[in-house]
Design a protein around this ligand. Structure first.
Ligand code: UDP
Ligand code: MG
Length: 323
């Protein structure tokens, strides 16, 4: 077989418990790339994220049969964000395309992404037109975008997905970001660069069920918020100020009206009421500052841990380690 040159395109695909549909996905991907005349210009990097089904075995087989395939096998489940980062880190192409392995991101659109890149876009973002998710998930997603965009200076585009293309220069910048609580989409958005968009209708999952349950999604939303915006901290500060302000005004009224002026309005504040307001004042201050400090500490904590983003169990020999 002829020696493969350096690829122009790297296709990075996170995989978690997708054994049932992987072969079909891989074939569709190859068909599309071959139809576009790009098959010999691309490498396909599967990042296996500690699946508990036979995804690893399927990927091993695919990699054996297909010279363009590289595999990265995690030692356990580290999450899609880590899988994407691992894949992006190993990509050698001039442009890197990331997409899900469950066929929800239509592979047929990859040539359109490449076309936008050829025309100069450094980042091409797939925007989900509608979603097959249920009502609850849709409402949660709407709420997240609306809260996030109100809280954060950096706006997120509703429906934007991890179906993306990034240029090599964006890859380098992305990899230079050392934080461990990473949301790939958010970081790429934060980096800026010239962007272009492609809308798509998400397909139904080909097999299996979504791996993101509610608690994982809530965690993702919280991580996005904390890592991209300090505004929740300011809001807590404001709430603290309001509570303290209200109890301060009430306290001042009591002191002036009752103690200094001798109760000309006959409000007859009892000792218990005065004590209550005093306690409210201190509780307000203590709780608010505790909350603010706790958020700062937890943020510093995560950043100082500097854990590796992922631990690679094994990587295929086709140029993964040394590139
Ligand atoms: N995935 C992953 N690790 C995980 C969960 C998911 O690599 O812990 C992969 C999964 O195989 C798929 C993509 O991330 O390729 C999106 O996952 P899923 O379809 O479960 O999420 P959704 O479509 O609901 O965003
Ligand atoms: Mg999916």
């Amino acid at each position: 077989m002829a020696e493969r040159g350096k690829p122009t395109f790297s296709i990075v695909i996170p995989v978690y418990n997708e054994a049932g549909g992987l072969r079909h996905f891989h074939q569709s991907l190859k068909d599309v790339m071959s139809k576009a005349g790009l098959l010999n210009k691309c490498e396909i990097i599967y990042c296996e994220d500690g699946s508990i089904d036979s995804s690893k075995k399927v990927l091993d087989d695919i990699a054996k049969e297909d010279d363009s395939v590289k595999t990265i096998i995690f030692s356990r489940n580290f999450g899609k964000e880590s899988a994407l980062t691992a894949g992006i880190a190993q990509a050698c192409g001039q442009a890197i395309i990331t997409l899900d392995s469950d066929e929800q991101h239509p592979v047929e659109l990859i040539p359109a992404f490449i076309d936008k890149w050829n025309k100069g876009a450094k980042v091409v973002i797939g925007i989900r037109k509608s979603t097959n998710a249920n009502w609850l998930k849709r409402t949660e997603s709407k709420m997240f975008y609306s809260i996030f965009n109100r809280l954060s200076k950096q706006k997120l585009i509703p429906g934007s997905t991890d179906f993306r293309l990034i240029d090599k220069s964006v890859q380098e910048a992305f990899l230079s970001l050392g934080e461990s609580n990473r949301i790939t989409r958010g970081l790429i958005d934060w980096l800026g660069f010239e962007r272009s968009f492609i809308s798509f209708e998400p397909k139904k999952r080909n097999m299996g069920s979504p791996n993101y349950n509610h608690s994982k999604l809530v965690q993702l939303a919280m991580n996005s918020l904390v890592s991209l915006s300090p505004r929740p901290l300011y809001i807590l500060g404001y709430i603290g100020l309001i509570i303290t302000g209200i109890s301060f005004v009430l306290g001042a009224i009591i002191i002036i009206e009752q103690i200094v002026l001798g109760d000309p309005l006959h409000l007859r504040f009892t000792g218990t009421a005065m004590l209550g307001i005093l306690i409210l004042f201190f509780i307000g201050i203590v709780l608010t500052s505790q909350g603010v400090i706790a958020i700062y500490i937890s943020h510093i904590h995560t950043e100082t841990k500097r854990r590796p983003l992922y631990v690679i169990d094994k990587a295929s020999s086709k140029g993964i380690a040394g590139k």
